[in-house]
Design a protein around this ligand. Structure first.
Ligand code: NAI
Ligand code: MG
Length: 495
């Protein structure tokens, strides 16, 4: 592993003011992967000042979109040039299987390319004329970068989540302070190296590694931050909102989920099994949009359950570099404990554990867990209602379309939802009834940079990706001009 003991601030690699480090762990064998710079409020202050200066005095916000696009494309190229090394870091820091890490890195580069394209086409920057009811005035609307962005991201897709915020923010002309999760901080520092080599001006992107309380909180609270973009848990999202309230900062939040997957009895059995498994077991189920609640029409339930159990028990669990592995370790001891507790709670609450849910006997070290299937899960149980964020799927039956919709929407979350049936009009009908920001029909999870991403209800505020993700980083300004001769409100009555 390289040197990760410095923070990237103002275009320089700096030892934290207090000189602290923390350890990041390889979850496959519990070994220490790297010592990483631990930022505290002093470093956050330096990073925000650098970003502020680059925004207020630097060229970046004033460059054309096409000029910024050139740098973004060089960042995308830099990521692609190093894709194997970056994917390997992701496997070791997060635990995910290598093929999935390679998808992440390809998508990370793709995200920079996509926003380069939007910055270049500049349709979103074009001055838009508005016709006014009073012909003596004319108005136009322009979009401008929102300012200094604090990007705080989780550990489940470390580099990809960085790109979802950094790429649109930079494309829009913002400057950024990025704080990765302390569980997976390495690829964010690699991104800083790549951006630096791509010629991104000093201070435009700053990367500060550190703990949530010591580095994340002071970043969210910093008065010179204009916008906070956060992805993570609901409790932390609530703290971010509170921090934002002090200066009425612009925020976007992408939080948890407990997403439903409604399977009608006319579905193809293999397709149902495949997408249910992909919906909850890829990335070890540590996916905000995971379809963790599966509702199956009664007639299909017994056959589906049987096949689901059979295929699940064949899933190869192991270290992410091992050929054929589809399920790596969970990210941390804490996450493993949380998942094991959820399984115990589910059993106490009367759900039937029909597969997995334990630590695999053949793997002594590492945060491994056998993928769990719960059948006949009670509607009011905690495992049906709360986000587990691990490879645990909960199933229950339904009898009518109306019941399926009611059960699907009965959740404090509203990130994603999926429906499967051969009856396409029915799928379209159900898709419109889901109270969720992302709906999949006859699949679950495929995610595209062009399409908006975000949730209803407690799953968050705002949308990432696509044009919507770009607008996240833009302010809207009206310029209204008067060309109507003497106004005279005061002067004419003053005599
Ligand atoms: P978290 O939400 O606490 O952490 C996310 C990010 O926020 C990290 O960079 C962290 O350092 C930072 N952070 C923590 N406290 C902060 C504070 N007070 N102010 C500012 N930043 C702060 O998530 P954590 O602890 O890693 O995982 C806990 C649970 O959250 C998981 O078990 C899972 O259920 C859920 N989660 C959901 C995610 C999603 O994408 N919806 C992603 C990660 C976790
Ligand atoms: Mg790690």
């Amino acid at each position: 592993m390289g040197d990760y003991q410095r923070l990237y601030i103002g275009g320089e690699w700096i030892v934290p003011v207090q000189g602290g480090v923390f350890e990041t762990i390889d979850p496959s064998d519990e070994s220490i992967l790297a010592q990483v710079a631990a930022a505290t409020s002093e470093d956050i202050d330096l990073a925000v000042c650098a970003a502020r200066k680059a925004f207020d005095e630097g060229d970046w916000p004033r460059w054309t979109g096409a000029q910024r696009a050139q740098v973004l494309r060089r960042i995308a190229d830099g990521i692609r040039t190093r894709q194997d090394a970056l994917a390997a870091i992701e496997v070791r820091d997060n635990g995910k299987p290598l093929p999935e890490a390679l998808w992440d890195i390809a998508d990370t580069a793709g995200c920079f390319d996509f926003y380069a394209g939007l910055a270049e086409s500049s349709a979103l920057h074009h001055e838009q004329a508005i016709s006014l009811s009073d012909g003596r005035f004319n108005s136009s609307v322009i979009k401008e970068p929102v300012g200094v962005v604090a990007a705080i991201i989780p550990w489940n897709f470390p580099m990809l989540m960085a790109s979802w915020k950094v790429a649109p923010a930079l494309a829009a002309g913002c400057t950024v302070v990025l704080k990765p999760s302390e569980l997976t901080p390495l690829t964010a520092l690699e991104l800083a190296r790549i951006a630096d080599q791509a010629g991104l001006p000093a201070g435009v992107l700053n990367v500060v590694t550190g703990l949530g309380r010591e580095a994340g909180a002071p970043l969210a609270e910093h008065p010179d931050v204009d916008k906070i973009a956060f992805t993570g848990s609901v409790p932390t999202g609530r703290k971010i909102m509170q921090a934002a309230a002090a200066e009425i900062k612009n925020i976007s939040l992408e939080l948890g989920g407990k997403s439903p997957f409604v399977i009608f009895a006319d579905s193809d059995l293999d397709a149902a099994v495949e997408w249910i498994l992909f919906g909850i077991f890829w990335n070890q189920g540590q996916v905000c949009s995971a379809t963790s609640r599966v509702l199956v029409e009664r007639a299909l339930y017994p056959a589906l359950l049987e096949r689901l159990i059979a295929v699940t028990e064949e899933i190869q669990i192991g270290q992410g570099f091992t050929e054929g592995v589809k399920l790596g370790p969970l990210v941390s001891q804490g996450q493993l404990d949380k998942v094991l507790e959820a399984v115990a709670a589910g059993q106490q609450e009367g759900a039937r554990l029909v597969s997995g849910g334990t630590r695999p006997a053949h793997l002594e070290k590492g945060y491994y867990f056998t993928p769990a299937i719960f059948a006949d899960v009670p509607e009011q149980s905690s495992i049906w209602r709360e986000e587990i964020f691990g490879p645990v799927v909960c199933l229950r039956t339904f009898d009518t379309e109306a019941e399926a919709i009611r059960l699907a929407n009965d959740s404090p979350f509203g990130l994603a939802a999926a429906v499967m049936s051969r009856d396409i009009p029915r799928c379209e009908r159900v898709a419109r009834r889901f109270r969720a920001g992302i709906v999949w029909v006859n699949c679950s999870q495929p995610t595209f940079v062009e399409a908006p991403w975000g949730g209803y209800k407690q799953s968050g505020i705002g949308r990432e990706l696509g044009e919507w993700g770009y607008n996240n980083y833009l302010e809207t300004k009206q310029i209204t001009r008067y060309d109507g001769g003497r106004w005279g409100w005061y002067l004419d009555s003053a005599g």
